[in-house]
Design a protein around this ligand. Structure first.
Ligand code: PLP
Length: 282
Protein backbone atom coordinates (compact mmCIF):
# COMPACT_ATOMS: atom_id res chain seq x y z
CA UNK A 1 0.00 0.00 0.00
CA UNK A 2 1.38 3.40 -1.02
CA UNK A 3 -0.21 6.83 -1.42
CA UNK A 4 1.44 9.64 -3.38
CA UNK A 5 0.45 13.32 -3.24
CA UNK A 6 1.94 16.44 -4.78
CA UNK A 7 2.19 19.85 -3.18
CA UNK A 8 -1.10 21.09 -4.66
CA UNK A 9 -2.79 18.23 -2.81
CA UNK A 10 -3.49 16.14 -5.91
CA UNK A 11 -3.03 12.39 -5.68
CA UNK A 12 -1.14 10.36 -8.24
CA UNK A 13 -0.45 6.72 -8.98
CA UNK A 14 2.70 5.74 -7.01
CA UNK A 15 3.46 3.01 -9.56
CA UNK A 16 3.58 5.44 -12.49
CA UNK A 17 6.50 7.71 -13.49
CA UNK A 18 6.19 11.37 -12.45
CA UNK A 19 9.72 12.73 -12.11
CA UNK A 20 11.54 13.97 -15.21
CA UNK A 21 14.92 12.44 -16.02
CA UNK A 22 16.51 15.91 -15.82
CA UNK A 23 15.26 16.57 -12.29
CA UNK A 24 18.28 17.65 -10.24
CA UNK A 25 17.11 15.49 -7.35
CA UNK A 26 17.63 12.49 -9.61
CA UNK A 27 20.69 13.75 -11.50
CA UNK A 28 22.68 15.07 -8.54
CA UNK A 29 20.87 14.05 -5.36
CA UNK A 30 20.24 17.78 -5.09
CA UNK A 31 17.38 18.10 -2.66
CA UNK A 32 16.22 17.35 0.85
CA UNK A 33 13.82 14.94 2.50
CA UNK A 34 12.09 13.93 5.72
CA UNK A 35 10.66 10.63 6.93
CA UNK A 36 7.83 10.85 9.42
CA UNK A 37 6.11 8.15 11.44
CA UNK A 38 2.32 8.19 11.30
CA UNK A 39 0.33 6.24 13.89
CA UNK A 40 -3.47 6.02 13.81
CA UNK A 41 -3.66 8.81 11.27
CA UNK A 42 -1.49 11.20 13.27
CA UNK A 43 1.94 12.26 12.03
CA UNK A 44 4.46 12.39 14.88
CA UNK A 45 6.46 15.60 15.27
CA UNK A 46 5.11 17.06 12.00
CA UNK A 47 6.06 20.60 13.09
CA UNK A 48 9.69 19.69 13.91
CA UNK A 49 9.96 17.63 10.69
CA UNK A 50 8.72 20.59 8.59
CA UNK A 51 11.07 22.90 10.52
CA UNK A 52 13.96 20.55 9.73
CA UNK A 53 12.91 20.34 6.06
CA UNK A 54 13.12 24.14 5.96
CA UNK A 55 16.48 24.11 7.76
CA UNK A 56 17.92 21.54 5.31
CA UNK A 57 16.50 23.49 2.34
CA UNK A 58 18.19 26.64 3.65
CA UNK A 59 21.51 24.84 3.98
CA UNK A 60 21.20 23.84 0.30
CA UNK A 61 20.10 27.35 -0.79
CA UNK A 62 16.74 25.96 -1.91
CA UNK A 63 13.65 28.18 -1.82
CA UNK A 64 11.90 28.10 1.54
CA UNK A 65 9.38 25.21 1.52
CA UNK A 66 5.74 26.32 1.35
CA UNK A 67 4.53 25.04 4.71
CA UNK A 68 0.82 25.15 3.86
CA UNK A 69 1.48 23.17 0.68
CA UNK A 70 3.40 20.49 2.59
CA UNK A 71 0.66 20.26 5.18
CA UNK A 72 -1.86 19.89 2.35
CA UNK A 73 0.16 17.09 0.74
CA UNK A 74 0.51 15.31 4.10
CA UNK A 75 -3.23 15.58 4.67
CA UNK A 76 -3.96 14.25 1.18
CA UNK A 77 -1.83 11.15 1.83
CA UNK A 78 -3.28 10.49 5.27
CA UNK A 79 -6.89 11.04 4.17
CA UNK A 80 -6.39 8.42 1.45
CA UNK A 81 -4.39 5.85 3.40
CA UNK A 82 -6.23 2.58 3.83
CA UNK A 83 -3.31 0.42 4.96
CA UNK A 84 -2.21 -0.44 8.50
CA UNK A 85 -2.31 1.77 11.59
CA UNK A 86 1.35 2.75 11.09
CA UNK A 87 3.02 4.16 8.02
CA UNK A 88 6.20 5.91 7.00
CA UNK A 89 5.55 9.24 5.32
CA UNK A 90 8.36 10.54 3.15
CA UNK A 91 8.55 14.18 2.06
CA UNK A 92 10.91 14.86 -0.86
CA UNK A 93 11.89 18.30 -2.15
CA UNK A 94 14.37 18.72 -5.03
CA UNK A 95 15.86 21.72 -6.81
CA UNK A 96 13.66 20.84 -9.78
CA UNK A 97 14.51 20.56 -13.43
CA UNK A 98 18.02 21.29 -14.69
CA UNK A 99 18.02 24.63 -16.54
CA UNK A 100 14.48 25.65 -15.57
CA UNK A 101 14.72 29.47 -15.57
CA UNK A 102 12.10 29.67 -12.84
CA UNK A 103 13.85 26.96 -10.78
CA UNK A 104 10.56 25.51 -9.58
CA UNK A 105 11.25 22.83 -6.97
CA UNK A 106 9.83 19.33 -7.24
CA UNK A 107 8.02 18.10 -4.16
CA UNK A 108 5.91 15.16 -3.12
CA UNK A 109 4.71 13.22 -0.10
CA UNK A 110 4.66 9.42 -0.23
CA UNK A 111 3.03 7.18 2.37
CA UNK A 112 4.49 3.67 2.61
CA UNK A 113 4.17 0.54 4.71
CA UNK A 114 6.95 0.09 7.26
CA UNK A 115 9.57 -2.44 6.16
CA UNK A 116 10.04 -5.85 7.79
CA UNK A 117 13.69 -5.16 8.75
CA UNK A 118 12.64 -2.08 10.74
CA UNK A 119 9.92 -4.01 12.56
CA UNK A 120 12.39 -6.83 13.33
CA UNK A 121 14.91 -4.28 14.68
CA UNK A 122 12.27 -2.72 16.90
CA UNK A 123 11.38 -6.10 18.37
CA UNK A 124 14.76 -7.80 18.56
CA UNK A 125 17.33 -5.01 18.50
CA UNK A 126 20.21 -4.79 16.05
CA UNK A 127 23.88 -5.66 15.81
CA UNK A 128 25.92 -2.57 14.93
CA UNK A 129 29.48 -1.83 13.89
CA UNK A 130 31.43 1.42 14.11
CA UNK A 131 32.62 2.90 10.81
CA UNK A 132 34.92 5.88 10.31
CA UNK A 133 33.11 8.77 8.62
CA UNK A 134 36.46 10.45 7.99
CA UNK A 135 35.47 13.85 9.34
CA UNK A 136 36.63 15.69 12.43
CA UNK A 137 34.11 17.19 14.87
CA UNK A 138 35.02 20.77 13.86
CA UNK A 139 34.48 20.23 10.14
CA UNK A 140 30.75 20.98 10.07
CA UNK A 141 31.33 24.48 11.41
CA UNK A 142 34.46 25.07 9.31
CA UNK A 143 32.97 23.86 6.04
CA UNK A 144 29.19 24.37 5.92
CA UNK A 145 29.17 23.61 2.17
CA UNK A 146 29.74 19.95 3.05
CA UNK A 147 26.13 20.04 4.32
CA UNK A 148 26.92 17.92 7.36
CA UNK A 149 23.76 17.79 9.42
CA UNK A 150 21.46 18.54 6.48
CA UNK A 151 18.97 15.84 5.53
CA UNK A 152 19.92 15.99 1.87
CA UNK A 153 18.98 13.41 -0.74
CA UNK A 154 22.67 12.47 -1.07
CA UNK A 155 22.48 9.37 1.12
CA UNK A 156 24.77 7.23 -1.06
CA UNK A 157 27.43 7.05 1.68
CA UNK A 158 24.86 6.28 4.36
CA UNK A 159 23.45 3.39 2.34
CA UNK A 160 26.95 2.11 1.50
CA UNK A 161 27.75 2.04 5.23
CA UNK A 162 24.71 -0.12 5.92
CA UNK A 163 25.74 -2.52 3.13
CA UNK A 164 29.21 -2.69 4.71
CA UNK A 165 27.59 -3.58 8.04
CA UNK A 166 25.62 -6.37 6.35
CA UNK A 167 28.82 -7.64 4.67
CA UNK A 168 30.34 -7.87 8.15
CA UNK A 169 27.35 -9.79 9.51
CA UNK A 170 25.73 -6.83 11.31
CA UNK A 171 22.62 -4.74 10.70
CA UNK A 172 23.54 -1.14 11.32
CA UNK A 173 26.30 1.40 11.86
CA UNK A 174 27.55 3.98 14.34
CA UNK A 175 29.65 6.52 12.45
CA UNK A 176 32.74 7.84 14.21
CA UNK A 177 34.75 11.00 13.58
CA UNK A 178 38.48 10.91 12.86
CA UNK A 179 39.24 11.62 16.54
CA UNK A 180 37.17 8.61 17.61
CA UNK A 181 34.14 10.55 18.82
CA UNK A 182 30.69 9.19 18.12
CA UNK A 183 28.59 10.85 15.42
CA UNK A 184 25.30 9.14 14.51
CA UNK A 185 23.93 6.19 12.58
CA UNK A 186 23.45 6.46 8.79
CA UNK A 187 19.72 6.90 9.41
CA UNK A 188 19.53 7.31 13.19
CA UNK A 189 20.64 9.16 16.32
CA UNK A 190 22.80 7.46 18.96
CA UNK A 191 21.40 7.42 22.50
CA UNK A 192 23.44 5.96 25.37
CA UNK A 193 22.06 4.84 28.73
CA UNK A 194 24.22 5.35 31.80
CA UNK A 195 22.41 4.61 35.05
CA UNK A 196 19.28 6.79 34.95
CA UNK A 197 20.82 9.21 32.46
CA UNK A 198 20.49 9.14 28.68
CA UNK A 199 23.08 10.87 26.54
CA UNK A 200 23.44 11.88 22.91
CA UNK A 201 26.20 13.71 20.99
CA UNK A 202 25.80 17.45 20.21
CA UNK A 203 24.58 18.40 16.73
CA UNK A 204 27.38 20.94 16.11
CA UNK A 205 29.77 18.06 15.33
CA UNK A 206 27.93 17.63 12.04
CA UNK A 207 25.01 15.35 12.75
CA UNK A 208 21.30 15.63 12.09
CA UNK A 209 19.27 16.92 15.06
CA UNK A 210 16.90 13.97 15.63
CA UNK A 211 13.20 14.52 16.16
CA UNK A 212 12.89 11.09 17.81
CA UNK A 213 15.82 11.78 20.13
CA UNK A 214 14.10 15.04 21.13
CA UNK A 215 10.81 13.18 21.78
CA UNK A 216 12.57 10.44 23.75
CA UNK A 217 14.45 13.02 25.85
CA UNK A 218 11.24 14.95 26.57
CA UNK A 219 9.40 11.81 27.63
CA UNK A 220 12.38 10.45 29.59
CA UNK A 221 12.69 13.63 31.63
CA UNK A 222 9.04 13.36 32.63
CA UNK A 223 9.68 9.73 33.60
CA UNK A 224 12.53 10.72 35.93
CA UNK A 225 15.55 10.19 33.70
CA UNK A 226 18.28 12.80 33.43
CA UNK A 227 19.32 13.79 29.89
CA UNK A 228 22.63 15.07 28.61
CA UNK A 229 23.94 16.27 25.27
CA UNK A 230 27.70 15.78 25.24
CA UNK A 231 30.50 14.31 23.13
CA UNK A 232 30.72 10.53 23.38
CA UNK A 233 33.50 8.09 22.51
CA UNK A 234 33.17 4.49 21.37
CA UNK A 235 34.46 3.37 24.77
CA UNK A 236 31.52 5.14 26.39
CA UNK A 237 29.15 3.11 24.22
CA UNK A 238 30.87 -0.15 25.18
CA UNK A 239 30.87 0.57 28.92
CA UNK A 240 27.38 2.06 29.24
CA UNK A 241 24.22 0.39 30.52
CA UNK A 242 22.50 0.24 27.15
CA UNK A 243 22.74 1.63 23.66
CA UNK A 244 19.96 2.67 21.29
CA UNK A 245 19.55 3.94 17.75
CA UNK A 246 16.60 6.31 17.44
CA UNK A 247 14.75 7.42 14.34
CA UNK A 248 11.20 8.23 13.41
CA UNK A 249 10.32 4.89 11.87
CA UNK A 250 12.46 2.57 14.01
CA UNK A 251 11.57 4.49 17.22
CA UNK A 252 14.00 3.52 20.00
CA UNK A 253 15.80 0.40 18.76
CA UNK A 254 18.21 -1.46 21.05
CA UNK A 255 21.76 -2.15 19.94
CA UNK A 256 22.54 -5.73 21.03
CA UNK A 257 26.20 -5.67 20.11
CA UNK A 258 28.80 -3.18 18.91
CA UNK A 259 31.74 -4.41 16.82
CA UNK A 260 30.95 -7.93 18.06
CA UNK A 261 30.94 -7.02 21.77
CA UNK A 262 27.64 -7.86 23.46
CA UNK A 263 26.02 -4.85 25.13
CA UNK A 264 23.67 -4.85 28.14
CA UNK A 265 20.15 -5.84 27.05
CA UNK A 266 18.68 -2.92 29.06
CA UNK A 267 15.28 -4.56 28.70
CA UNK A 268 13.63 -2.70 31.55
CA UNK A 269 15.10 0.69 30.70
CA UNK A 270 14.18 0.19 27.05
CA UNK A 271 10.59 -0.61 28.03
CA UNK A 272 10.46 2.40 30.35
CA UNK A 273 11.98 4.80 27.80
CA UNK A 274 9.77 3.47 25.01
CA UNK A 275 6.67 3.92 27.17
CA UNK A 276 7.79 7.46 28.06
CA UNK A 277 8.30 8.19 24.35
CA UNK A 278 4.90 6.75 23.39
CA UNK A 279 3.24 8.79 26.15
CA UNK A 280 4.32 11.92 24.29
CA UNK A 281 1.88 10.96 21.50
CA UNK A 282 -0.96 9.41 23.53
N1 PLP B 1 20.53 10.94 11.66
C1 PLP B 1 20.41 10.66 10.35
C2 PLP B 1 21.60 10.74 9.47
C3 PLP B 1 19.15 10.30 9.82
O1 PLP B 1 19.02 10.03 8.53
C4 PLP B 1 18.04 10.21 10.69
C5 PLP B 1 16.72 9.83 10.20
O2 PLP B 1 16.57 9.25 9.16
C6 PLP B 1 18.21 10.49 12.05
C7 PLP B 1 19.48 10.87 12.50
C8 PLP B 1 17.06 10.42 13.01
O3 PLP B 1 16.17 11.46 12.78
P1 PLP B 1 14.64 11.40 13.20
O4 PLP B 1 14.61 10.90 14.60
O5 PLP B 1 14.18 12.79 13.10
O6 PLP B 1 13.97 10.46 12.26
Amino acid sequence: MRVLAFLDGTLADPDAAHIRVDDLGLMRGDGVFETILVTDGRPRELGPHLDRLARSAKMLDLPEPDRAAWERAVRAVLDNWSGGAELALKLVLTRGIDGDPEQRPTGFALGMEIGAAVLRGRAEGVAAITLDRGIDPGLAERAPWLLLGAKSLSYGINMAAIREAVRRGADDVVFTASDGSVLEGPTSTVILLRGRTILTPPEHIGILPGTTQAGVFRGAEKAGFATKVEPLRVDDLLTGDGLFLASSVRKLTRVRSLDGTALPAATEAHAELSAAYEAEYA
